[in-house]
Design a protein around this ligand. Structure first.
Ligand code: 8YV
Length: 326
């Protein structure tokens, strides 16, 4: 029997390609060439499955050109690159990679929070540039982390991981805002108190964004929200580009209307607003919050398991539109 054909859109662990090849005829992109939409569509035309990354937009046009497609397995927990209703309408299963990256991503949220608060990269640049001549009492004096108020916008799995780290590790007072309030026992585990978005903005010393991107969350943090924050506050975005108005943030940082920021995601990434590159009080990383070797491997394995499970056995581990399975 012929093996089903699948496309792997980006370079991934060779061991994962080898595993997929046991079940499928695999067209891959181990050279990691950038494909435009037309190139992606051409390759998807005869495929039953796709192993996608967060940069691959799967929308109605793509689906219309790929009539044999039955599943897109995203190697990411976020799936704003998928038009899920359009996929459901065409009976294409969408899957993502939740859970396996939660703790790693929460660790990184904390790393960015601390690096921005304590001016780690800014001071390192100063040192590397040979500017350190002598110690001064106020040299790179930042803001405290322990015992301060940690605000979290978007209290899903990763948000809860950050809350636990803040509450249990750093004695922080945790407040959060979310579309829906958490169950009392989850609030208790995280030692987190539900507040309005306004209170969150006005009270947090460190505000971490962990909400999914959607048209509703576009510019959830813009000029008006930044204006409500404390001048000593630190803003961390590990969610998605577009949730923060990056131009407004760069202006707020430059004018010291907030003290610091740590960013892992950007509007229009991998390009970023050039103003962010010229403000010193921001720590910038290239979308690496889930990037540890074991976690990236677990994400790739889960995406592969979804493809194998669905195309070989009719079952998927982490479906986003399970109605397709019915
Ligand atoms: C991915 C992410 O590495 O899981 C997510 O939603 O943002 C990252 O972990 C990125 O989306 C690449 O697919």
């Amino acid at each position: 029997m012929n093996k089903p054909k699948i496309l792997v859109t980006r370079a991934v662990f060779p061991e994962v390609i080898a595993r997929l090849e046991q079940h499928f005829e695999v067209e891959h992109n181990q050279a990691d060439e950038p494909w435009n939409k037309e190139q992606l569509v051409r390759r998807l035309r005869d495929k039953a499955g796709a192993f996608t990354s967060g940069g691959d937009r799967i929308d109605a046009d793509v689906l219309a050109a790929a009539p044999q497609l039955r599943i897109c397995a995203n190697m990411a927990v976020g799936y704003n690159n998928f038009d899920v209703p359009a996929m459901t309408a065409r009976k294409v299963l969408a899957t993502n990679t939740p859970d396996v990256l939660t703790e790693t991503t929460a660790d990184f949220g904390f790393a960015l929070l601390m690096a921005a608060a304590r001016r780690v990269t800014e001071s390192e640049h100063y040192l590397r540039a040979g500017k350190w001549q002598r110690w001064t009492y106020d040299m790179f004096a930042g803001t405290d982390v322990h015992g301060t108020t940690l605000g979290i916008l978007g209290m899903g799995r990763i948000g809860q991981g950050i809350a636990r780290r803040g509450a249990h590790g750093f004695g922080m007072h945790v407040i959060y805002h979310n579309r829906s309030r958490l169950a009392p026992q989850v609030e208790a585990q995280c030692k987190a108190r539900y507040v309005s978005k306004q209170e969150l903005l006005e009270t947090a010393d460190h505000l971490v964004l962990v909400l999914p991107y959607s048209p509703e969350s576009h510019h959830a943090i813009g000029a008006a929200e930044l204006a409500r924050m404390k001048p000593t506050a630190n803003l961390v975005n590990i969610a998605r580009g577009g949730i923060v108005d990056d131009a407004a943030l760069a202006a707020a940082l430059r004018e010291k209307r907030i003290a610091a920021a740590g960013l892992d995601v950007y509007e229009g990434e991998p390009k970023l607003n050039p103003d962010l590159l010229t403000v010193p009080n921001v720590v910038l990383t290239p979308h690496i919050a889930s990037a540890t070797v074991p976690t990236r491997r677990a994400m790739a394995d889960l995406a592969a398991d979804n493809l194998i499970g669905f195309l070989v056995n009719g079952k998927a581990l982490t479906p986003l539109n399970p109605e397709v399975l019915a």
